[in-house]
Design a protein around this ligand. Structure first.
Ligand SMILES: *Cc1c(COP(=O)(O)O)cnc(C)c1O
Length: 223
């Protein structure tokens, strides 16, 4: 299935009136799909896997803003450091340290979001509120990163109230730390909401949604 142009246009309309940024999640999708959205004016794309991002990035226009939304391993930071626009899933001080180091090599400041564990499911990555606090209190001398806000994923469930509550928890943490400004802590982005739950996320204060299957069709991993 190719890009759903009509869905894209309606989504952009809906989100732009609320000043919510759309990250089009293009993982597993061909560069032709990305190019098609690009030709409609879209610039923010999200990828989960370093290898896949590295193979797509050189084939596409250089003004694309690449969001890394997957779980990033420290030893792979160096590959995306030259060009990545925003790293959404940062969940340790060690990873931040490595991002800072690689960003410095390229004379860049790399924008990051800290991933908070909001879903009650066991398998999700992310920080709890104490770990979040600890990281924010220890990034003082990292001059080549800027923490722009928080990212989270709600439980995969039909229970709308549960999802809403999880997003509300993240929004409260976001608001709390928005006060805590420093040269490398500048909260303005709250990345929450995917194809199935973005409407709830936006109602709960999301400023950035990450949407894949709604735009590009369902993903097939075993091709
Ligand atoms: C795949 C993915 C998305 C997009 O999911 P859809 O349900 O296809 O919209 C968003 N965020 C993260 C972290 C993802 O891994």
């Amino acid at each position: 299935m190719a890009v759903n142009e009509q869905v894209y246009k309606e989504l952009i309309q809906e989100l732009s009136t609320k000043q919510v940024v759309l990250v089009a999640v293009s993982k597993t999708k061909p560069v032709s799909d990305i190019q098609k959205l690009y030709d409609l004016g879209h610039r923010d794309f999200g990828e989960n896997y370093v290898q896949e991002l590295l193979s797509k990035q050189p084939q596409l226009p250089t003004d694309i803003r690449w969001h890394f939304i997957g779980h990033l391993q420290s030893n792979k930071v160096k590959y995306i450091a030259p060009f990545v626009h925003l790293i959404h899933g940062v969940d340790s001080l060690n990873l931040l340290k490595e991002i800072n180091k690689q960003a410095a090599k390229h004379n860049r400041i790399i924008n990051c979001l800290l991933q908070v564990h909001i879903a009650q499911e066991e398998t999700k990555f992310g920080l709890d509120s104490d770990e979040l606090e600890a990281i924010l209190n220890n990034v003082g001398d990292f001059q080549n990163i800027c923490i722009k806000g928080l990212m989270g994923m709600a439980s995969f469930t039909e229970d709308v109230n549960k999802v809403r509550n999880e997003f509300a928890v993240l929004k409260r943490l976001f608001d709390l730390h928005t006060q805590q400004q420093a040269p490398n802590i500048q909260f303005s982005i709250l990345s929450m909401g995917m194809s199935g739950d973005y409407k709830i996320a936006v109602e709960e204060g999301s400023t950035m949604v990450r949407i894949g299957s709604l735009l590009f069709g369902a993903r097939q991993y075993n091709s």
